[in-house]
Design a protein around this ligand. Sequence first.
Ligand SMILES: Cc1cc2nc3c(=O)[nH]c(=O)nc-3n(C[C@H](O)[C@H](O)[C@H](O)COP(=O)(O)OP(=O)(O)OC[C@H]3O[C@@H](n4cnc5c(N)ncnc54)[C@H](O)[C@@H]3O)c2cc1C
Length: 275
Amino acid sequence: MKPAPFDFLRAETLPEALDSLAEAGDEGRVIAGGQSFVPMLAMRLARPAVLVDIMGIAELRGLDRGRGALRVGAGVRQAELASWPDLAETLPLVAAALPYVGHVQTRSRGTVCGSLAHADPSAELPLCLIALGGEVHLRSRKGRRSISAQDFFLGMMATAVAPGEMIEAVSFPLKKKGEGYAFREIARRHGDYAVVACAAVATTTGVRLAVGGVADTPQMRPMPLPGSVDLDDALNDFAWALNSREDLHATARYRRELVRQLGRATIEEAVRCRD
Ligand SMILES: Cc1cc2nc3c(=O)[nH]c(=O)nc-3n(C[C@H](O)[C@H](O)[C@H](O)COP(=O)(O)OP(=O)(O)OC[C@H]3O[C@@H](n4cnc5c(N)ncnc54)[C@H](O)[C@@H]3O)c2cc1C
């Protein structure tokens, strides 16, 4: 199939993109790396009247480290973040997860913020953002607002981005002394979306586990430390509370078992990695 007709604007400035999005309202959409959106257009799962390409906007291409977080602009491709020299040291969770996001070819085009906007329940970057407690920065012609990762993901492929609005950047909180991080996933083949993915953050006082691929959005819970007799029960409660999806990739029961097994392994690794 071919996409339904649309007007295409390759914006060179942010005001130009925001004006077009404001005028198009419900009918306008951003296109960034196109890795998810081009197939959706071709299959007519999306039929925007106006498509605004943001990849020519220089001010969206920045990686800025400051105030305890790395701010990643909407034009930064996944491969650019992966090759940022300080990534492993300052954002070890994202460094561990990025190689699982699709393939070399998709990462060289796809953007970090595009993955968040697409909001696939199995996607790795939304999971990391939830686990780290990051923030999404939204922009429209009316102004700016920032929203926590918890409030950003509203459902399967549904986010808090309003008509006329776009993601300007995302902030990932940087590694803190004494913390440990771990990421693990099970997928049918490397580069496929995860059947279940887990991200754990171990702090000096406890550990939190985020799980993707099971509920409609990535979910996070505080967990007892390994060695506690309560950990198995807590993982089991979490596995059931996620109200697991059943699809052609896995049964709900298999996903629940992965939450228990993979969740435990991820938590143990994060605790071992505390420095
Ligand atoms: C073969 C293949 C395998 C893949 N495997 C994985 C995988 O394992 N894990 C994974 O996480 N992803 C996977 N992906 C998806 C890939 O990561 C995409 O790059 C990503 O989901 C979207 O980023 P993009 O920049 O290409 O966005 P686009 O495709 O351009 O846009 C996707 C959606 O986000 C919106 N959007 C994009 N940028 C913005 C913005 N700044 N503000 C508001 N809305 C915006 C668009 O309107 C659209 O709705 C795969 C893709 C392919 C083709």
